[in-house]
Design a protein around this ligand. Structure first.
Ligand code: PLP
Length: 401
C-alpha cells in the first residue's frame, strides 16, 4: 500500500529531533555533524537564536497578509539586498529556488517582448545544470531523467556543454534572449565555472544584446565566501535568483534584477500568494543580519580555505577512493573514483556521524552551515577520513578490526 506521505523521495531512515549550530540529534540521541545543511540551506546553523526569535516574534504579530497590502518586512529586505548587491535595483520574492528561476526567465522574456522582440524568448542553458522541478525548470535543467514522462518539454531552452564558449556562440540565434548559468553547478557535481568563462559570457551577452541570468540559488548568500559567487569573477549579471540559504531554513526565494529588467514586471504580470510575506521576510532579514555582520564573510572564507586544505590532504590519503576535490567556499565536493559510489560514501559518513549530500558525477558534496568553526571543520575531516577507510576497496576488513 502506498504510504500517506507520497513516496517521491529516497529518504534515509533517520529522524532528527533537535539541532544546534552545525549539530543535529536524532530520536535515539545520536549526535551528527551536519555538513549537508539541508542541501546548503540552513546557512546560519540550526536553532540560531537570532533567527528563532525573529520568526517567533513575527509569527506572534502577523504571519501573512498577502500582496494586496504593503509588507514592510519585504520592503526592508529588498532594500538591504539591493544595497548589498551592486548590480541589483529591485527584488521579487517567492518561496523556492524553482520559483525564483521561473520569475527570472519570465522577466527575461518580458524584457525582450517589451523592447519589441517577442521572438527573443530562448535561453541558453548548460549540460549538468539544475534549475528546479517545475515544468519550465525541468526544461531549463534539460536532464532527460527529470523530463521523462512529463509530456513535451516547455520550449525555449537550449543546452550546450558547460564551459564551452564556442558552443555558446554557435547556439546564439535571433531568438536568443539570455544565457542562464550556475556559477558553480551544485546538483550537477559541485563543478565551478572558470572565472574566465563567466567573464566571457558577460562579454558575449553584451555583444549580442542578451541578458546574463545567474542561478545563485545554491551558491549565493555567502556560501562562496563572498555574498554572491559571481563576485569572484568580477562580473555583474542582469538578473539573478537566490533561495536555499536566504531564509536559513525558512522557505524564501528571491529574484534580483537591474531596473531595465525589473521595470517590465508591472502589476498583473507575475505574482505569488505567499511570496515575500511578513514571516518569510522576517526570517530573511534575520539571516541577513548575521551574514552581513562585519567580518562574517571573511570568516567564511577563512574556514573554507581551511576545509579545502584538509580535503586535499584527505584526498591524498585515500587515492584509491578520492579522485580530487572541487568547488569553492563552503560548497565543496569529493570526486570519487568509479570503484565506490557517492551513495556508499554518504552512508559510510553517516555511520561515522557526519551528514553530507550526494551530487552528480559521483561527487560527495560538503556544504556545512556558514557558521562552522575551524575545529568543527577538523572534526568533519576526521569523520570523513574514517568513512573513506570504511569504503576503501580491500581495506574494509582491516578497518573493521
Ligand atoms: C536547489 C536548486 C534549485 C531549486 O530550488 P528549490 O527550492 O528546490 O525549488 C534551483 N537551482 C539551483 C542551482 C539549486 O541548487
Amino acid at each position: 500500500m502506498i504510504p500517506a506521505l507520497m513516496p517521491n523521495y529516497n529518504r534515509a531512515d533517520l529522524v532528527f529531533e533537535r539541532g544546534e549550530g552545525a549539530w543535529l540529534w536524532d530520536a535515539q540521541g545520536r549526535r551528527f555533524l551536519d555538513f549537508g545543511a539541508g542541501i546548503a540551506t540552513t546557512s546560519i546553523g540550526h536553532a540560531h537564536p537570532h533567527l528563532v526569535s525573529a520568526i517567533a516574534e513575527q509569527a506572534g504579530r502577523v504571519m501573512h497578509t498577502s500582496n494586496l497590502y504593503r509588507v514592510p518586512q519585504a520592503e526592508r529586505l529588498a532594500a538591504r539586498l539591493v544595497e548589498a548587491t551592486p548590480f541589483a535595483d529591485s527584488v521579487y520574492f517567492s518561496n523556492s529556488g524553482a520559483e525564483a528561476n521561473e520569475a527570472m526567465v519570465k522577466a527575461v522574456r518580458k524584457y525582450h517582448a517589451a523592447n519589441g522582440h517577442p521572438e527573443r524568448f530562448r535561453t541558453i542553458c548548460f549540460e549538468g545544470a539544475f534549475h528546479g522541478r517545475t515544468l519550465a525548470m525541468i526544461s531549463a535543467t534539460g536532464n532527460a531523467k527529470y523530463l521523462e514522462g512529463f509530456g513535451p518539454p516547455v520550449d525555449g531552452f537550449d543546452h550546450v556543454p558547460f564551459g564551452n564558449m564556442n558552443a555558446v556562440r554557435q547556439a546564439i540565434t535571433k531568438e536568443t534572449a539570455a544565457i542562464m548559468i550556475e556559477p558553480i553547478q551544485g546538483e550537477g557535481g559541485v563543478r565551478p565555472a572558470d572565472l574566465r568563462f563567466l567573464q566571457e559570457l558577460r562579454a558575449t551577452c553584451d555583444e549580442f544584446g542578451l541578458l546574463l541570468a545567474l542561478d545563485e540559488v545554491q551558491t549565493g548568500m555567502g556560501r562562496s565566501g563572498k555574498l554572491w559567487a559571481h563576485q569572484w569573477a568580477g562580473i555583474e549579471p542582469d538578473v539573478m535568483s537566490s533561495a536555499k540559504g536566504i531564509g536559513g531554513g525558512f522557505p524564501l526565494g528571491a529574484t534580483l534584477a537591474r531596473e531595465k529588467v525589473a521595470e517590465h514586471l508591472k502589476p498583473g504580470t507575475h505574482g505569488s500568494t505567499y511570496g515575500g510575506n511578513p514571516l518569510a521576510c522576517s526570517a530573511g532579514n534575520a539571516v541577513l543580519d548575521v551574514i552581513l555582520a562585519p567580518g562574517f564573510l571573511d570568516q567564511v572564507d577563512r574556514v573554507a580555505r581551511h576545509l579545502w586544505r584538509g580535503m586535499q590532504d584527505l584526498a591524498g590519503r585515500h587515492p584509491k577512493v578520492v579522485a580530487g576535490v572541487q568547488g569553492a567556499g563552503l560548497l565543496l565536493g569529493l570526486k570519487l573514483h568509479d570503484v565506490v559510489s557517492n551513495a556508499e560514501a554518504q552512508g559510510a559518513a553517516v555511520a561515522e556521524g557526519l551528514l553530507t549530500v550526494a551530487a552528480g558525477m559521483n561527487v560527495l558534496r560538503v556544504a556545512p552551515p556558514l557558521i562552522i568553526t575551524e575545529a568543527e571543520a577538523d572534526e568533519a575531516l576526521g569523520l570523513l577520513d574514517r568513512a573513506m577507510l570504511r569504503i576503501t576497496p580491500g581495506e574494509a576488513k582491516a578497518a573493521a578490526k
